[in-house]
Design a protein around this ligand. Structure first.
Ligand SMILES: Nc1nc2c(ncn2[C@@H]2O[C@H](COP(=O)(O)OP(=O)(O)OP(=O)(O)O)[C@@H](O)[C@H]2O)c(=O)[nH]1
Ligand SMILES: [Mg+2]
Length: 351
């Protein structure tokens, strides 16, 4: 998952570290020159590791020992430009790229006095906090269901073929595993074979499904699913819907009707991570028209660039709830920003 981004971030991190190491080396030599006539007082500086010209290979492990490090904007401006290009190439949205660059710059430019910290740790921390800042907090669905009136009604929307139906099945299996009772509403009455498809999933994971005939009004199906949940004290209703583009006004009106009739507690926008910036733009459109409370990005297992996952929460201001990571029912992971950042930048600051 996001392998390309990981690699590029490592290169950007080393590049930033190398720039700072260069600045440190410059300060070091200035200090040494200035203190050459004061043998005793300069001993601390002489003990610091000898600073060879920075190279990619020595991986910026240099310690900011007992002295102050001052980083100027000029010291890191080239490395920041490279980071910017890296992010844009990875399909991170422009405003999100800007936010990350500003955050990293604000973090690194200025005085640092952290005894024993390596330059690499300094850079890694700056990148981590910048990413955490744009990734938001995620969305804990278990917690949400636990603290809301049942049945919790969740409506899934999105464009064609992104993985809505599979996600409904995966989340059904996930919630069942977490001890909740679930009913699925087969709200895609439009595409041939859709009712059968979700029916097969429901049977495999052992979850009740409410379905009507192909061509029926999806609002009526989903209303029935909610009625079933109320009368059977079911914890959660998961409503599948037909794929649609936000430009198709008749289908968007249909979704609006579903929303009025079903009164969902949560509208979850589903798109595929591999769609990159397109997914972000579409999410914003759906949020604007029918609303979105949270996002699921599927096919993260096939996505090397990671741009949509990095950008979507910050762009539309709605949390990322799950990542789909394959075609099996267990291939879904709650989106945990800290874990994603750890995975992207590694926990070993000396790497
Ligand atoms: N690799 C991978 N494939 C996935 C993932 N989620 C869904 N898929 C596959 O994507 C394809 C489309 O999935 P569906 O769930 O039918 O998509 P949909 O959005 O319901 O499609 P429509 O109802 O036609 O709009 C299927 O082959 C799924 O197995 C995922 O996280 N990773
Ligand atoms: Mg479907």
């Amino acid at each position: 998952m996001f392998g390309g981004l990981k690699e590029k971030l490592l290169a950007a991190r080393n590049r930033l570290g190398t720039s700072i190491q260069g600045a440190l080396a410059k300060q070091e030599s200035l200090t040494t020159e200035a203190t050459d006539t004061e043998p005793e007082s300069s001993s601390v500086y002489r003990k610091t590791p000898s600073l060879k010209p920075p190279t990619f290979a020595n991986k910026v492990k240099v310690l900011i020992t007992e002295r102050e490090l001052i980083v100027s904007e000029k010291d890191i401006s080239e490395a920041l430009s490279e980071l910017e290009i890296t992010l844009l190439e990875s399909d991170v949205a422009l405003p999100v790229t800007d936010a990350i660059i500003t955050h990293v710059k604000n973090n690194l430019v200025g005085k640092h006095r952290k005894i024993g910290e390596s330059v690499d740790a300094l850079v890694t921390e700056a990148l981590k906090s910048a990413l955490l800042d744009v990734l938001g907090k995620g969305f804990n669905l278990n917690e949400y269901i636990r603290t809301h009136v049942r049945p919790v009604k969740i409506l899934f929307t999105g464009v064609n073929g992104t993985g809505k139906t599979t996600t409904v099945a995966k989340i059904g299996a996930y919630l069942k595993k977490n001890g909740y009772t679930v009913v699925i509403g087969a709200g895609d009455t439009y595409r041939a074979g859709a009712i059968e498809q979700i029916g097969v999933h429901a049977e495999r994971i052992g979850i009740k499904i409410i379905q009507h005939q192909e061509g029926a009004d999806p609002s009526a199906v989903l209303f029935d699913a909610v009625q079933y949940a109320v009368s059977h004290k079911t914890d959660v209703v998961l409503a599948d819907t037909a794929g649609r583009f936000h430009t198709k006004s008749n289908l968007m009106n249909q979704l609006e009707k579903i929303r009025r009739v079903m009164k969902p507690d949560l509208i979850v926008y589903v798109d595929e991570a591999v769609a990159g910036n397109d997914a972000v733009i579409r999410a914003a459109e759906f949020d604007r028209t029918v609303g979105a409370d949270a996002v699921v990005l599927t096919k993260a297992d096939m996505d090397s660039r990671g741009g949509a996952a990095i950008s979507i929460a910050h762009t539309i201001g709605k949390p990322l709830m799950f990542l789909g990571t394959g075609q099996g029912y267990d291939d879904i992971i709650p989106f945990d920003p800290a874990l994603v950042v750890e995975d992207l930048l590694g926990s070993d600051s000396d790497a």
